[in-house]
Structure formats: structure tokens, C-alpha cells
Design a protein around this ligand. Structure first.
Ligand SMILES: Cc1cc2nc3c(=O)[nH]c(=O)nc-3n(C[C@H](O)[C@H](O)[C@H](O)COP(=O)(O)O)c2cc1C
Length: 188
């Protein structure tokens, strides 16, 4: 399976990158073709809501010129996508949110019988790390993600919240086990 990993954490060796790295390792060892995009190195503007993209149903029609169309292009050629981010005030961070908002250009005619999506049937999952200890800390992020997926006509293929994070070095083997399980479910 062709898998795209969106690494939303700003730190190249931070908590999010560490957990996503375990996901990548497991996917590669199972024979999947994996590409990781480090979002913080990209120029990503916010969606303007101009809706020009809705005039072009069968391709990415975003009017803005930055790195988002290239990422969206990779997305539509992947069978599975992992969106990842540190939890920032109970949501995903700005880097990942910019990409999510720009996926507005991937579908047309939502909430009508003509609803079409360039990522229909794609397996998508969300991975979030946070410092807070509560199990439901990322509930808001997961709820929003699930609703986004309905517009994408995508398949919900997993969610992972790793709470209580301090440093990547402090993560124990149970986190790796959860990352491996997440990777397996993604491509099941
Ligand atoms: C601006 C900001 C907001 C944060 N908000 C939350 C939060 O709402 N809940 C939480 O558990 N951790 C929160 N954190 C902590 C980070 O989510 C946590 O340290 C994360 O694992 C960092 O990932 P990284 O090393 O990939 O950057 C916040 C950190 C920052 C900088």
C-alpha cells in the first residue's frame, strides 16, 4: 500500500516525530511504500474559502500558490494517510490544520447526491501526542477529524493519542506497541 505520513510536529526529533517514526518503521517492515512530509518545512497558507476549487471537480483546483497543492497531490495518490500533530490547546497545531483546511479543494457537492471526492475510500488516521495525562484530552481533535473524513468520503482507519509526553527519550515500550498496532490497523 502507498502510505503518506504527514509529520505535523515542528520538532524533527520531538514526541510526534518519535511515535510517527515507529509507525513508519512498522509500515516499511511490512512492505508498504511510505513517504513522510515534514510540514514545518513547507509554506502553507490558510484556506481563503474562495471556493474557486469547487469549479474544478476532477482535480485539485486550489487558487493559492504555495506547497499545499503538492502535498494534496501526494495525498490523492496514496491509499492511506496518517495525519499527525502535537495537541495544541485541545486541537491539532497550525501546520496540520492548514493542510486539513486546504483539503477543502478535494471534494465537491458535499451534502448532495453528487458528492464527489478525490480521496474517496482512502484510509486515514490521526496520531496526536500531548503533555496532559487525560485519556480523552484529544477528544475534540478526533471528533473534528472524523467529521472531516465524511467530507473526504474517506475510511476511518485509526486514532492514537499518546498523552503524558515529556521527552521522546522518556517514552516506554508500551508507546511503541501502540504505534505498531496503529500502523497495522491503518493498513488492515
Ligand atoms: C502551544 C502549545 C499548546 C499545547 N496544548 C496542549 C494541550 O492542549 N494538551 C496537551 O496535552 N498538551 C499540550 N501541549 C503539549 C504538547 O502537545 C506536547 O508536549 C507534545 O507532545 C509536543 O509534541 P512535539 O514534541 O512533537 O512538538 C501544548 C504545547 C504547546 C507548545
Amino acid at each position: 500500500m502507498k502510505v503518506l505520513l504527514l509529520q505535523g510536529g515542528a520538532k524533527k526529533k520531538g514526541n510526534t516525530a518519535k511515535v510517527l517514526g515507529w509507525v513508519e518503521e512498522e509500515l516499511k517492515s511490512s512492505g508498504h511504500e511510505v513517504e513522510t512530509v515534514y510540514l514545518h518545512s513547507k509554506t502553507l497558507k490558510g484556506c481563503m474559502g474562495c471556493a474557486k476549487c469547487k469549479d474544478i471537480p476532477d482535480k485539485i483546483g486550489c487558487a493559492q500558490k504555495d506547497d499545499a497543492p503538492e502535498i494534496l497531490g501526494k495525498m490523492i495518490h496514496a491509499q492511506a494517510v496518517v495525519f499527525s500533530s502535537p495537541l495544541y490547546f485541545w486541537g491539532v497545531n497550525a501546520q496540520l490544520k492548514a493542510v486539513i483546511d486546504r483539503t477543502y479543494s478535494l471534494y465537491t457537492n458535499a451534502n448532495t447526491p453528487d458528492h464527489a471526492s478525490l480521496v474517496e475510500g482512502q484510509r486515514q488516521a490521526l496520531l496526536v501526542t500531548g503533555a496532559g495525562p487525560w485519556d480523552n484530552n484529544a477528544e475534540g481533535a478526533f471528533t473534528a477529524f472524523g467529521r472531516m473524513q465524511k467530507y473526504h468520503k474517506a475510511v476511518h482507519a485509526g486514532e492514537l493519542f499518546v498523552g503524558g509526553c515529556t521527552t521522546p527519550a522518556a517514552m516506554d515500550s508500551s508507546v511503541k506497541e501502540r504505534a505498531v498496532e496503529f500502523a497495522r490497523k491503518l493498513t488492515a
